[in-house]
Design a protein around this ligand. Structure first.
Ligand SMILES: [Zn+2]
Ligand SMILES: [Zn+2]
Length: 232
């Protein structure tokens, strides 16, 4: 693999997933996924979130690319999960192990941690229902990084890339908070202290058990109903 790796901080969108960032790095530098693992592989550490892609030495990637990815990823994961948690060690309960993506975002090589969050069922930027099947052969996709001989993560059945880079590289579109159209997601990101306390203190156990069925709108509805109840 080459000495220098090309990366631009302008390529990073808000809430971009490690899956998406590493896919971009491989594509932009024409590094196969198996070469990427050869260079940056480490022993599997099941104490870190699966969202970080286990089996990679993230510190080594950071220092090679001179960008603090790890801090960025942790901040994002914490932002989405900590308001739901009375305690911190069950972050992964709030994220899907299946890979969910938005048709429109995938054309811009963007995959978001928003999409993996169990309560979010549509893309916050396009309001498009999230999918977890290959767009060509319909095979279910999994949030993981395969050590393949391709420069993009692909469907293991038909080799269709999950994220498409050719139309956006090297000027990847980046998504910002201003482009979020989902009012529920904005409400989640803008929750005040009292709402967070209600969520953590009262709703946490119930929400944890129903997280596959309920969406964010329902969670926000419950928080606000409880707030009204407490204020009387
Ligand atoms: Zn989208
Ligand atoms: Zn496929």
């Amino acid at each position: 693999m080459q000495e220098r790796i090309t990366w631009s901080k302008d390529w990073l969108s808000i809430y971009e997933s490690p899956f998406s960032v590493y896919d971009k790095i491989c594509y932009a530098n024409v590094i196969t996924q198996s070469e990427f693992f050869k260079n940056f592989g480490s022993s599997m550490d099941s104490s870190i979130s699966f969202l970080l892609i286990r089996g990679l030495d993230h510190r080594k990637i950071e220092s090679k690319i001179s960008y603090p990815f790890l801090t960025q990823f942790y901040t994002t994961i914490t932002n989405l999960s900590e308001d739901f948690l009375g305690y911190k060690n069950q972050t992964d309960d709030f994220f899907n192990k299946d890979l969910y993506y938005c048709n429109f975002c995938s054309l811009n090589a963007y995959h978001s941690l928003f999409f993996q969050f169990k309560f979010i069922k549509e893309c916050p930027f396009h309001l498009e229902p999230l999918k977890n099947n290959c767009r060509v052969c319909n095979q279910p996709l999994i949030y993981t990084f395969y050590k393949s001989s391709s420069i993009s993560q692909c469907c293991t059945n038909c080799n269709e890339p999950v994220l498409l880079h050719q139309h956006s590289f090297p000027n990847f579109k980046t998504y910002t908070k201003n482009e979020i159209k989902s009012l529920d997601v904005l409400d989640l990101l803008n929750m005040d202290f009292e709402q967070k306390q209600i969520l953590k203190g009262t709703l946490f156990q119930g929400i944890k058990n129903m997280s596959n069925k309920q969406d964010l709108n329902f969670v926000l509805y419950c928080i606000n109903a409880l707030r009204k109840y407490y204020s009387h």
